[in-house]
Each structure stands twice: as structure tokens, then as C-alpha cells.
Write a protein that binds this ligand. Structure first.
Ligand code: ADP
Ligand code: MG
Length: 474
């Protein structure tokens, strides 16, 4: 690695969150550099698309600031230059994950080496559901049923990549985040997708508590061999939910440590979920904690407004619930904490409506939300401003929070920054963070610019500001 890249990394580390730095920048290799361009390498197409979409500007900015001259960046796939590493040949170039989109995992998973596309997918056995069930998987938790938005995009993409190529790129995958945010759903989706392409894959799905219970039973029955057999030898993919419960249980950790090593070293895919990042897991031995961080760590965040609305619409469609736009919007505005709660609200209202043989009315929804103590006030928050502005300009919240600087994005972004400063109590640095980790000077500059335009009576600016403010008051 050259000093230049090392210096740029040092600069980048101060500009992005520690977690993003660990997940992304540490996994970029410097390959070589010519007069104008730095050539970097990453593990696969998904990684490349993500970096290009989200961090290219930032990387170029850092390179410029440490070298004092403009340096372009080209990102390649690891092994593509030298041909030394295993080629990731048949992975088709993915769409960079952007905005709200339906998770669509059909099509290109697991194309075995040498084969073109999907032709070789084995005919789905008649008892596919049985297969899913036997593997301990919930058949509802598919990629198809998962709504992708900025809050879970990264983790979703990592899961798809793993289902495509288990044991290859990201091992282990460690997913963490608060309750009801889709961790278990994604974990199972990986298993189901692998089975879809390889019905003979041996998938073991369990929680860390189940692991512990089975361990205790085997110890009691003095049958450790079949326990080890089950987990170490008769398993291709292990999916462990809620690994945090392993904390403080020493003998479980000891056994899990050996299981982990055996699976890892034979190239078996390990996916874990947890409510905390490996660093924050209480009562977990250091050697396990460090192993949890060997592969990729991915978090899920509470969904943004747009994603909540998309989830509601999707669930309503799946469950055959008639959901009017205004009701959907009210629910998405009011139920913010997690998806499980959002889903629960819809299901309960749906049942009530069915019972009364009406669609869900806005009154019914309001009454329910009041009873359940959900805050329906249309508080002016930065997220709401961002949602409104992006909707108005036909872009996404992720665009506003991202780093692309085309006019179509930077103008709405500046407007949203100005309105956020005007209508909320956040400081410039706080706003910078809420706008995707930007510097406070960026926010300050945006506010100054809008103030100046308003002072100059710039008609377009005045009308844009007024339009959004009217929506905010509603
Ligand atoms: P966790 O394991 O993080 O506590 P779950 O995976 O159990 O959360 O998710 C809670 C519920 O919300 C499940 O019914 C799941 O299907 C649903 N859910 C969570 N995130 C999404 C999403 N992005 N799209 C669709 N459904 C989701
Ligand atoms: Mg869970």
C-alpha cells in the first residue's frame, strides 16, 4: 500500500463513522497508481457498486486533499488485474443499490462455474416447503418479501451476495441491530435462497439458546460425538440467530469456538445476528469477538419514512388488506420504531376492518393509534423534511443523504438543509450527521446560500421554500 493511500485512509477515517470505516474502507485494497488515477480493488461487484455510488466523491476528495492534486479513482474487482485470485466471473453487474426497491433475488444466484445463466437451477422439488421447514427456516422470510431501503440496503446486499456464493466472500457475516428490524428475516432469506438453488445444501438454523440447549442435552447424554457431527461435519451453512445470548455462558462459548473454527476452516458459510456489534457484546470471550469480526459486519437501522410506507404497502398486498394512501401515510408517520410494530398495527387494523366489513378508515386508524399511544403529530423533523423534499424533486432520501453532487441532487439537498436549520433545533454539526455524515461547513454553506437567494428575492427559491413549508404545516 502506498503512503498516499495510507494517508487518504487516515483522512477518510475522520470523515465517516467508525462502523462504515470498518465495513468499507478497510476492505479496499490499493492496487496501483498512475499519473492521474488510483486503482483500487474490492471483493466483488456489489461492493464496487456500493462504493461507487456512495463514497467515490469522498475518496477522491481525500486523495486530493492529501496529495494536493486531483486524482481520479478506478475501482476494480479483486483478482481482475492479476488473475491470481479466484475469479468472480459469472456475477452479472448488479444495479447499484439505490432508494426503495423490491428485493429481487430471482435469477442469478449460484450460477455454477462454467454455466451461463440460470438454466442449471435444479427443478424445485415438490416438497420444497418441507425442505425449508426441515432446515428450521420460516418460509415467509424470503428476499422477495423483504423491502429494501437505505436503512437495510447494505445488509440486504451482503445477504444476497452470500446466498449467491456461500462461504466465499464474506465469512462470517455478522448482522446486528435493534429489535424488529428484519435481522431474522434476512438470516432466513439467505437459507431459503441457498436451498432454492441447492436443495441438497445442509443448512442448520438455530438460535444461540438452542445451540446451548442441544449442547447441554448432549453433555448429559454423554453423546458429544453426534453433537459435533451435527454441527461440524453435517452442515454446509450455519445460521445463528441472536448470538448475543452466548454472553456469559462459558462452556457454550468454548464449544461454539471449536464449531466456529471447524466450519470456518472448511469454508462453510456462517451467518450470525445479534442485537449489538461484536465490540459491544457483553460477556463474550475476546477470541470469539475477534472471529465475529473476521468477515463482514453489517447493521440494520430503523427504516426511514419512505421504507416504512413501502413495507406497509407490500404487507397489505401480501395479506390482501385494502390500504388507502392516506391511511398508509398516517401509519408510516406514526409507527416509527420498528417493522414488527408497523406490521402488527397493519394486521390488527386489517382484522378490525374485515370484521366490520369496511376498508381501514382514517378514523379507525387514528383511534387505534391514540389508544396505543402512538404520536400522530406531524412534528417537523429532519427526516420529514428530507422525505418531503426528495418526494417533491423526484429523488430519494438516500440521494439527499448521499454524496453525489449533481445539481438535481445538490439543490434539493441544500434546500432540505436550510429548512431543517430553520424549523428544527439542531446545530450545524448535528444536521451534518443527519444528512448522512456531512461536515458542518457543508450545512452552513447551504444555509448561507439559501438565505442569500431569499434576500435577493429569487423567485424560484421563494416558491420552492414556500411549497415545502406548506406541506410541513399540513
Ligand atoms: P429482528 O430479528 O431484527 O428482531 P425480524 O426479522 O423478526 O426482526 O422482523 C420483524 C418483522 O418485520 C418480521 O415479520 C419481518 O418479516 C418484518 N420485516 C422486517 N424488516 C422488513 C423489511 N425490510 N421488509 C419486509 N418485512 C420486514
Ligand atoms: Mg430476530
Amino acid at each position: 500500500m502506498t503512503d498516499l493511500w495510507q494517508a487518504a485512509l487516515g483522512d477518510l477515517e475522520t470523515k465517516v463513522s467508525a462502523h462504515n470505516f470498518e465495513s468499507w474502507f478497510k476492505n479496499i485494497n490499493f492496487h496501483h497508481q498512475d499519473a492521474t488515477t488510483a486503482h483500487l480493488e474490492v471483493a466483488d461487484e456489489f461492493f464496487k457498486a456500493w462504493i461507487e455510488e456512495n463514497y467515490l466523491d469522498l475518496i477522491e476528495e481525500s486523495l486530493r486533499s492529501v496529495s494536493g492534486k486531483p486524482i481520479g479513482v478506478v475501482i476494480g474487482i479483486r483478482g481482475a488485474y492479476s488473475g491470481a485470485d479466484e475469479p468472480l466471473g459469472d456475477t452479472p453487474g448488479p444495479q447499484p443499490p439505490r432508494g426503495i426497491q423490491r428485493a429481487d433475488a430471482q435469477g442469478d444466484m449460484f450460477a455454477p462455474e462454467g454455466s451461463e445463466e440460470d438454466e442449471s437451477v435444479p427443478a424445485r422439488p415438490i416438497d420444497f416447503n418441507q425442505l425449508v421447514f426441515d432446515a428450521g427456516l420460516n418460509p415467509r422470510y424470503t428476499f422477495d418479501e423483504f423491502v429494501v431501503g437505505p436503512s437495510n440496503q447494505f445488509t440486504h446486499a451482503a445477504c444476497v451476495s452470500i446466498a449467491r456464493n456461500p462461504g466465499k466472500n464474506y465469512n462470517p457475516l455478522f448482522i446486528f441491530g435493534g429489535v424488529g428490524l428484519g435481522k431474522t428475516h434476512l438470516l432466513h432469506a439467505v437459507g431459503i435462497e441457498i436451498l432454492r438453488k441447492r436443495p441438497d445444501a445442509r443448512i442448520v438454523t438455530l438460535s444461540s439458546e438452542e445451540f446451548m440447549n442441544q449442547l447441554i442435552t448432549s453433555l448429559r447424554q454423554k453423546d458429544m460425538n453426534s453433537f459435533r457431527d451435527h454441527f461440524r461435519d453435517k452442515c454446509d451453512v450455519i445460521l445463528i440467530d441472536d448470538i448475543q445470548f452466548i454472553g456469559g455462558k462459558d462452556s457454550t462459548q468454548e464449544e461454539f469456538f471449536h464449531t466456529f473454527n471447524a466450519l470456518y476452516h472448511s469454508g462453510k458459510q456462517i451467518v450470525m445476528t445479534s442485537d449489538k456489534s461484536p465490540k459491544e457484546l457483553p460477556g463474550v470471550e475476546e477470541r470469539l469477538r475477534s472471529r465475529f469480526s473476521w468477515g463482514l459486519i453489517a447493521d440494520v437501522q430503523p427504516p426511514e419514512m419512505e421504507t416504512r410506507l413501502a413495507i406497509l404497502k407490500k404487507k397489505a398486498e401480501t395479506d390482501g388488506i385494502d390500504l388507502a394512501d392516506d391511511v398508509g401515510l398516517l401509519l408510516a408517520i406514526s409507527v416509527r420504531s420498528n417493522v414488527r410494530e408497523l406490521e402488527g398495527t397493519l394486521v390488527r387494523l386489517g382484522a378490525q376492518a374485515e370484521f366490520m366489513r369496511t376498508p381501514i378508515t382514517i378514523e379507525m386508524a387514528r383511534e387505534y393509534l391514540t389508544r396505543m399511544n402512538f404520536d400522530q403529530s406531524r412534528q417537523i423533523t429532519v427526516d420529514r423534511i428530507i422525505a418531503l423534499v426528495s418526494e417533491k424533486f423526484g429523488i430519494t432520501s438516500a440521494d439527499i443523504k448521499g454524496s453525489r453532487r449533481t445539481r438535481a441532487i445538490s439543490e434539493p439537498r441544500q434546500l432540505a438543509m436550510f429548512l431543517s436549520r430553520k424549523h428544527t433545533d439542531h446545530s450545524y454539526p448535528e444536521l451534518g450527521r443527519k444528512f448522512g455524515g456531512k461536515d458542518h461547513t457543508t450545512v452552513l454553506a447551504a444555509c448561507r446560500k439559501l438565505e442569500r437567494l431569499l434576500k435577493e428575492n429569487d423567485a424560484t427559491t421563494i416558491s420552492k421554500v414556500r411549497d415545502i413549508e406548506q406541506l410541513l404545516e399540513r
